[in-house]
Design a protein around this ligand. Structure first.
Ligand SMILES: [Ca+2]
Ligand SMILES: [Ca+2]
Length: 315
């Protein structure tokens, strides 16, 4: 394949170089046609993506088919972009590399079970007025993504995609709608329970996700006795594969933090009148208009690993 392509390329390339443009324009010959101006380089990645996508499923075919495919698309690249042979070969190598990576990824689709356990105890915490309170986690939302910070970014305000509704009212519906086109879902029923709801001390949420190397897990669940606090992995998520592409497994609780959504002014945990369990209606409370940031309190209830255990198990 390559000698044919390169032969054609050589003719094209030499013709272009050796023929003055003015003369070529007068000849009318296709061989001596004026050189088409090079397409902007920004179009090349798009062509690459299209061609690589078409080419990838053919990667398993025999070499003859593969060569033919390469030749057809190689000609198209040349026609569209008037590329040099060096540039063409670089692109061809990239396409082949993409195909190989695609096959690798397809072979590494891994299913993971995610467990979120409420390991606090009933009436574990005592407020300043002596009231004992119990910490629940609300129904939650999960997302698998390659993006760096798809849900929120620390020290920036909520993006209005549903963090506020889950952080203030334990309602994951808006997040699910906002990310409906991506691998995502709601978890809202404790293991062994028959009704949807949050999880009390001793209860567990379980859900499964599938991911390929490079993808990360994100989730959100409300700290039930707050105005707008939620648990989530650090903003960049939990890597589901290590640097060599192997699925991770085990306790990942240290990667989960308690966040303040910055959407409602905080009252004392466990007793605030406009907090989830006591507010008269959803979205009741004083607007905060602040950034999302980690809750840095030293109180026992604010230490994630004292109240929650998150485990990831490849299946
Ligand atoms: Ca707040
Ligand atoms: Ca509220």
């Amino acid at each position: 394949m390559k000698p044919v392509i390169l032969g054609s390329l050589s003719i094209l390339f030499l013709s272009t170089v050796l023929t003055p443009v003015g003369q070529a324009a007068e000849s009318g010959s296709t061989l001596y046609a004026p050189r088409v101006p090079s397409a902007p380089t920004t179009t090349i990645p798009q062509n690459l993506a299209t061609i690589a996508a078409i080419y990838a499923p053919r990667a398993q075919r025999n070499s003859a088919s593969r060569d033919q495919t390469s030749t057809q698309f190689g000609s198209r690249i040349l026609a569209q972009n008037s590329l040099s042979s060096t540039r063409y070969n670089a692109i061809l190598q990239q396409i082949e590399s993409n195909s190989a990576q695609s096959s690798l990824s397809q072979g590494k689709l891994v299913r993971f079970k995610v467990r979120i356990e409420n390991i606090s105890t009933k009436d574990e915490f005592i407020a300043s007025n002596g009231t004992k309170w119990t910490l629940d986690f609300s129904p939650g939302f999960w997302l698998v993504s390659n993006q760096t910070t798809p849900l929120f970014k620390a020290r920036e305000q909520d993006r209005g995609q549903g963090i506020e509704a889950i952080a203030e009212d334990g309602n994951p519906t808006q997040l699910a709608q906002s990310f409906a086109s991506q691998p995502s879902g709601v978890f809202n029923t404790a293991v062994g329970a028959t009704k949807a709801g949050g999880i009390r001390p001793g209860q567990v949420f379980e859900f499964t996700v599938t991911a390929t190397p490079g993808q990360k897990l994100f989730f959100v669940t409300m700290f039930g006795q707050s105005n707008d606090w939620f648990y989530a992995p650090r903003e960049s998520g939990i890597a589901l594969f290590d640097t060599s592409g192997q699925p991770i497994q085990g306790d990942v609780t240290t990667q989960v933090q308690l966040w303040n959504a910055g959407t409602e002014v905080d009252e004392e945990a466990g007793i605030g009148p406009t907090q989830g369990p006591r507010q008269s209606a959803p979205n009741t409370g004083v607007a905060e208009n602040g950034p999302i940031q980690a809750v840095m309190l030293q109180a026992p209830y604010a230490q994630t690993n004292q109240v929650m255990r998150v485990t990831i198990i490849p299946e």
